[in-house]
Design a protein around this ligand. Structure first.
Ligand SMILES: [Zn+2]
Ligand SMILES: [Zn+2]
Length: 341
């Protein structure tokens, strides 16, 4: 087994030495990237809205916003999360490169950094070693509980600036050792900038004006990045504080139906923490899971295979908490593998 495979990482006990790396230089680099991710899209969003008040909004801006939101959220949720961090399905190298390149354009960190931090979150969920729990943090010597407001602030954005740097070699050695994924990791900054330049170029091509390029940059680039970020960060903050908990997971993960569409299904945190290997996060027919729909579409085109199917009814029954009125009831999805091979 690879020394840092997801299975082994999940089995390590809490408090394992080496889960973070020290060094002021690397912490400063993490803070710089975090501040870019938090501040720049916010400034761009304000600029987009001010410009919209002056110039109005056309179908081009809306089209670029929606299409770039779809592509980059698919890159993060299907590529970074289900494909790389959890290895929940298999695909060819070109599809893997495309999905992770799109995920890089989201501006949530490189595929290596993202997968390592996410595996650390699963391994230490809602303990002091979780990088972004809204309940407890350990920034110094001891675990420190937080109230609701402090917790939401920490888990939504502040952890990126405050937290110690996750040890990527420990948590994601497999990503480092896979040449194409390592290449996508190394190309993170150019890909991030390409995610801003692409909508600007399309805006220029459609309108033929510098203003069109600027609108494309703002709507398909920075405003899109702002919305993708906050949708995604709410999985760590709100969906570990509020929502229903049909399954016993040992942490505070919760399901939020209302947030499932913009997160492509990632807001079913309780389902996901209970069955982290499943490629399907929506486990009921009414739990809309856009990420799973993308995987089904790719499977129908025979572009992905060996998909880890949803848990069986017996597996779900074993983990279900007896809470009348919870969302654990109803007809489950069929549990057979949906492999395209
Ligand atoms: Zn979680
Ligand atoms: Zn996960």
């Amino acid at each position: 087994m690879n020394p840092a495979s997801p299975q082994m990482v999940r089995n390590n006990p809490v408090g394992t030495p080496g889960i973070t790396v020290s060094g002021e230089g690397i912490r400063a680099a993490q803070r710089r990237m975090a501040l870019f991710a938090i501040v720049t899209p916010t400034v761009g969003t304000v600029a987009a809205l001010v410009l919209a008040g002056v110039q109005g909004v056309t179908r081009m801006e809306i089209g670029l916003l929606v299409s770039m939101f779809f592509l980059t959220t698919m890159g993060v949720e299907v590529g970074f999360h289900r494909l790389v961090a959890h290895r929940a399905f298999k695909t060819s190298t070109p599809v893997k490169v495309i999905l992770t390149a799109l995920g890089s354009m989201a501006g949530e960190g490189s595929v290596l950094y993202w997968a390592a931090g996410h595996r650390r979150h699963h391994m230490h969920s809602d303990t002091g070693n979780d990088p972004h729990s809204p309940h407890i943090r350990n920034l110094g010597q001891a675990d420190e509980p937080m109230n609701a407001l402090q917790g939401l602030w920490h888990a939504h954005v502040a952890w990126m600036v405050r937290d110690r740097v996750t040890n990527c070699t420990f948590f994601a050695r497999d990503v480092l050792c896979e040449p194409y994924l390592n290449g996508i990791h190394r190309a993170y900054i150019p890909l991030l900038l390409a995610g801003l330049a692409l909508p600007a170029a399309v805006g220029w091509a459609i309108s033929g004006t510098g203003m069109g390029a600027l609108q494309g940059f703002l709507w398909g680039g920075l405003l899109r990045m702002f919305l993708v970020h906050h949708a995604s960060w709410a999985n760590a903050s709100f969906s570990h504080r509020y929502g229903s908990r049909p399954f016993a997971t040992g942490d505070k993960s919760a399901n939020n139906l209302w947030w499932a569409i913009p997160t492509f299904g990632a807001s079913y945190q309780n389902n996901h923490h209970c069955f982290p290997g499943s490629a399907y996060l929506g486990l009921r027919w009414w739990q809309i899971d856009v990420g799973a729909l993308c995987i089904r579409a790719l499977a129908a085109l025979r572009l992905v295979w060996d998909i880890s199917g949803p848990p069986t009814p017996e597996m779900m029954a074993e983990k279900r908490v007896a809470t009348p009125g919870g969302d654990g009831g109803g007809t489950p999805l069929p549990s057979q593998s949906l492999s395209a091979s």
